[in-house]
Ligand binder design. Structure first.
Ligand SMILES: [Zn+2]
Length: 170
């Protein structure tokens, strides 16, 4: 997201040199810079107590298995966002979450924060608006159910690596 006009007062922004940041769009009225940014999201590899992986199909877009993901709301931290998204989409409670890595997703200008999430396995209560289907898989089956290039595949590999080294911690 890049700003040409101030999102508060609507004034046309001017470039101003700010520290080491170089020229940054600046509102003279509000006396503040408007740094470009990418929308932050969480993407969650949901695992039960035995390491089974939950994948969902969204009600919109292409019908294929994906991980639970969603935008971090204004004023919300990533950990709260992932608990909220997982609860909203699947009805499951998060027991622990571990940050894995971030990836920039150019198509939607998102900064994706990837988390491994341990969830309490219980009855699924799928979001009526957003989720058409959800299923549990072994890690290997989950890998195969995900499409080529899916973030979930990367996340499964990273979780496997961390578990092998005893570093997953959730
Ligand atoms: Zn302004």
């Amino acid at each position: 997201m890049r700003f040409d006009h101030c999102p508060v007062c609507g004034r046309l922004l001017e470039l101003r040199q700010i520290g080491d940041e170089g020229n940054v769009p600046f509102c003279k009225e509000c006396e503040r810079p408007w740094f470009p940014f990418s929308y932050p999201c969480v993407i969650c590899l949901c695992m039960d107590e035995d390491g089974n992986v939950l994948l969902i199909k969204q009600s919109y877009g292409i019908s294929r298995y994906v991980c639970v993901a969603g935008y971090i709301k204004a004023g919300e931290d990533a950990e709260t966002a992932l608990r909220r998204e997982i609860a909203e989409e699947t009805g499951l409670e998060v027991l622990g979450a571990r940050y894995l890595y971030s990836r920039y997703f150019e198509k939607h200008d998102n900064l994706m924060l990837a988390f491994a999430c341990r969830v309490r396995r219980s009855e699924l209560k799928l979001s009526a608006n957003e989720v058409s289907e959800a299923n549990w898989f072994t890690p290997d089956d989950a890998y195969n159910a995900l499409f080529e290039g899916a973030y979930g595949r990367d996340m499964l590999n990273e979780v496997k690596r961390l578990e092998k080294e005893g570093l997953l911690g959730i």
